[in-house]
Design a protein around this ligand. Structure first.
Ligand code: PHE
Length: 465
């Protein structure tokens, strides 16, 4: 007999969990950098338009597929159309590839939270601190294990007592922390050794004022592609997560309304992350600091910023890394759930067994990723010009190659095989009206697949924009 599928208690639980997945490292370490680089307000405007069109379309399609089939990603695609079953396999392999390295980075965040409290910013900002830590033999593995164990416990506790309960606590806490840090960031002012004074408010201008001078017409297209790539990753689309979470959505919950709330949540947090980071980096480091993103921004540049803040620096660093930890944890949880729910649905496994298997896989992968900076160090050139260690290889294969393929496949399945009306019907189940229907149809059939193909070709280095 089939056991009854768990579901979120209501829309709020679903929205918090899905927003928790969406708000992650990408919002914090990449969005602000792209916005500052790609013309400030211009990027923000493009991003917003894409979120309301492209993002809305893909997110709606995935959540609706989940709720319609009541299946996890591995089995959902095949349930809709047998020929598309392979997409399910990909949509389950992607989170399985991401989980190990996402947890390794989660471990780094945890380490910095502890170190900011125990050792202080002067230590974490000192030359070579980050490299010393990640190339160490045991410390990265230990922090990774703690982070992974936290995920395993939460996912083992299940949809309501695990995911929903934790998201409802961490997401509001995250908002409060982001707001406090962002407001503080705007009050900053600093005079450097050359006697130049820079303020947080000047930094804010870089983020919000449209900089037409720096973005020519040709570059505008690049801005669009950048914004799309960021949006795609930021909404946790094309890796099975939104299907898994959608499958736990109660039939009477308002799907269209929830999708809007998730988008607003994700975009507002990305913007606030910009308000928090750009003014602070600009004030203490200047234009040079604007070039850092990703791990360099988080673990090298920002500790320097915190150590320049003086009295409040330590509190700010602790609040910041706690906030990042919450963002990373609610994202990694969702990655694990996509795999665990797939194992449960496909093989009829108990949750405990599925969690045990996925934890072991992530454990093995994560240890390899940690050793990638130590015993197993190598430098692999990637098609997009970067050199990579194990972490970057996993990131590249999942984000740049597999995710666009799943997204393109989803557009074809929904737009051309079952037809957009089937999704609209699901969204409108229970008598609710879906807005932007015509837009949804045009996007899913034509615009989204074309944009995705361009994104894919750029990611694999076939075209350069
Ligand atoms: N959406 C998350 C972010 O913006 C990232 C993420 C990637 C979440 C993969 C889950 C899976 O950072």
């Amino acid at each position: 007999m089939q056991k009854k599928r768990h579901s979120f208690k209501g829309s709020l639980g679903f929205v918090m969990a899905a927003a928790g997945s969406a708000v992650g490292l990408g919002n914090i370490w990449r969005f602000p950098y792209l916005a500052a680089r790609d013309g400030g307000g211009i990027f923000l405007a493009v991003y917003l338009v894409l979120a309301l069109t492209f993002g809305f379309t893909l997110l709606t399609a995935e959540v609706a597929i989940g709720r319609m089939t009541k299946q996890s990603p591995l089995t959902a695609y095949g349930r809709i159309d047998k020929r598309f079953g392979f997409l399910g396999h990909l949509a389950c392999i992607i989170p399985a590839l991401i989980m190990p390295y996402y947890c390794v980075i989660g471990g780094w965040v945890l380490k910095y939270l502890f170190a900011s409290a125990a050792e202080g910013n002067a230590a974490t900002a000192s030359e070579g601190y980050f490299v010393g830590f990640i190339t160490g033999q045991w410390a990265p593995i230990i922090f990774f294990l703690i982070f992974l164990a936290a995920n395993a416990v939460i996912i083992y506790r299940g949809v309501n007592k695990g995911i929903e309960a934790i998201s409802k606590i961490l997401m509001p806490a995250l908002i409060v922390l982001v707001l406090v840090i962002a407001i503080f960031s705007l009050t900053l002012s600093y005079t450097d050794a050359d006697g130049v004074t820079r303020t947080g408010l000047q930094g804010l201008k870089i983020l919000v004022v449209p900089n037409l001078r720096e973005v020519s017409a040709g570059e505008f297209f690049m801005v669009v592609v950048d914004a799309m790539g960021q949006l795609f990753y930021s909404l946790s689309i094309a890796m099975g997560i939104m299907i898994a979470y959608g499958s736990y959505m109660p039939d009477d919950a308002n799907l269209a309304g929830s999708i809007n709330q998730i988008e607003i949540f994700d975009t507002v947090i990305a913007f606030l992350a910009g308000m928090m980071i750009i003014p602070a980096v600009y004030t203490f480091i200047g234009a040079e600091g604007m070039k850092s993103q990703g791990t360099g921004l988080m673990f090298t540049t920002l500790p320097k910023v915190f150590s320049s803040m003086g009295a409040f620096g330590r509190v700010m660093a602790i609040m910041f890394f706690a906030m990042v930890l919450f963002a990373a944890l609610t994202s990694s949880m969702s990655i694990m759930e996509a795999v665990v729910s797939s194992l449960m649905d496909r093989f009829g496994m108990s949750r405990a067994k599925a969690v045990a298997i996925e934890t072991l896989v992530a454990l093995a992968g994560g240890i390899l990723v940690c050793l990638g900076y130590n015993l197993l160090y190598f430098e692999l050139p990637l098609p997009n010009g970067a050199t990579a260690q194990i972490l970057d290889v996993l990131d590249y294969v999942s984000n740049n190659v597999l995710m666009p393929v799943v997204a393109i496949g989803t557009c074809i399945l929904v737009g051309w095989v079952i037809g957009p009306d089937r999704i609209i019907e699901e969204v409108e189940k229970g008598g609710r009206r879906m807005g932007r229907k015509r837009l949804f149809k045009v996007m899913i059939k034509f615009v989204a697949p074309v944009l995705l193909v361009i994104l894919f070709l750029r990611s694999v280095g076939i075209i350069r924009i």
